[in-house]
Design a protein around this ligand. Structure first.
Ligand code: PMP
Length: 378
């Protein structure tokens, strides 16, 4: 027998209530029952996004919502500033290029947060920039960006602020309205404790104006259609009925716990994870800007990082994430996002210790678990 534990930055574990909701027989979407579920989901999402703006639900992964942002705001030939400090920042640049939008790339060293002052400088130097594409938590590096400070430097400019909050929404603070985020995109499989398959996107009045003038080709992701439908508590196409019903369950859990408590819980999980790996003599990849969503850890010199992740998963059933792109084999990532509690972290750290020990890494067994326990006892 073997039990499985999921400590990856998406998908994240599913609460039993969510699984149960998905096990119900399917219903038709043009019915009062589904409309009630959709209405509840649309309202609940406003709570999680901390916004009065409309939040649209798409049947796609998070990248679909990112693509929707680009094509609904811009036209070929427009200029956009893309912040690139990891794999997901790069995705904004790639999406812009795919539609003929000119990306002005602000390269940030992987492991560092972007400087809001640098964004301000770029906007002043180039008044043609129509949109700034940013990332809340850069999952590939574990970095959290200061969206609040970025919002301040963008709000009185011609540009709209677009935030990829696929990783982090519902786990760490992102106050869409108070932080002047014009467009926020997210996905279902992370902080929202659902399987992959839903994309979300909120649109501010400033962004809605761009939506009317954008000339990018679009059909399925045309948010003008989504807006018209939402006004009738409907969707333009067949929605992911089962996932939306499950979303109502997870939103209920989120409201019950309260966003403030959820943010504190994530901070505690992250503090414990960071304390544990440091107690093992390991080094954080992004010590200056570490997110409370996922912790990236440098693989020690003599250790095969890919083998470490594989052994934890295939031998012991504990799935963490390896490094992506240029960080392949160089970091491993332990996520503490969504339906995660302190003993999930203890299991993850304990397994990490066991495999590191078997691989010949020198440290005092139990020190990681001890450090995590000490954080939890505070
Ligand atoms: N942005 C970030 C920050 C992410 O972590 C991810 C998923 N790992 C995405 C975008 C892409 O989302 P999806 O895989 O759901 O398309």
């Amino acid at each position: 027998m073997r039990k499985n534990y999921l400590l990856t930055p998406g998908p994240t574990p599913l609460p039993p209530q969510v699984c149960q909701a998905m096990a119900q027989p399917i219903i038709h979407h043009r019915t009062p029952q589904f409309q009630a579920a959709l209405k509840e989901a649309a309202e609940g999402l406003k709570y999680v996004f901390q916004t009065q703006n409309d939040v649209f639900i798409l049947a796609s992964s998070g990248t679909g919502a990112m693509e929707a942002a680009v094509i609904n705001l811009l036209s070929a030939g427009d200029t956009a500033l893309t912040i690139q400090g990891g794999k997901f920042g790069e995705r904004w640049t790639e999406l812009c290029k795919a539609y003929g939008v000119r990306p002005e790339v602000l390269d940030v060293e992987w492991g560092k947060a972007v400087s809001p002052g640098e964004i301000e400088k770029r906007l002043k130097a180039n008044p043609k920039i129509k949109a700034v594409f940013t990332t809340l938590c850069e999952t590939s590096t574990g970095v959290v960006n200061d969206i609040k400070a970025i919002g301040k430097v963008i709000k009185d400019t011609q540009a709209v602020l677009v935030v990829d909050a696929v990783s982090g929404l519902g786990a760490i603070d992102l106050n869409t309205d108070a932080w002047f985020c014009d467009v926020v995109v997210s996905g279902s499989q992370k902080g929202l404790m659902l399987p992959p398959g839903l994309g979300f996107i909120s649109i501010s009045p400033k962004a809605a104006k761009l939506m009317e003038s954008s000339k990018c080709p679009r059909y399925y992701f045309d948010l003008r259609l989504a807006k018209k439908a939402l006004q009738q508590t409907d969707t333009p196409f067949t929605p992911a009925i089962t996932l939306i019903i499950a979303l109502d369950e997870s939103l209920k859990m989120i409201k019950e716990e309260g966003l403030g408590n959820i943010f504190l819980r994530h901070k505690k999980m992250a503090d414990a994870t960071r304390a544990a790996v440091c107690a093992l003599g390991l080094e954080l990849f992004a010590p200056g800007a570490a997110s409370d969503v996922v912790t990236a850890v440098k693989v020690p010199e003599a250790i095969d990082g890919e083998k470490l992740v594989k052994t934890m998963r295939d031998t012991y059933g504990v799935t963490i994430a390896g490094g992506q792109s240029e960080l392949k084999g160089k970091v491993f990532r332990i996520a503490h996002m969504g339906y995660i509690e302190e003993f999930d972290i203890i299991v993850g750290i304990s397994c990490l210790e066991k495999v590191l020990c078997q691989m010949g890494y020198k440290f005092q067994l139990g020190q990681g678990v001890k450090a995590a326990e000490e954080v939890f006892l505070k």
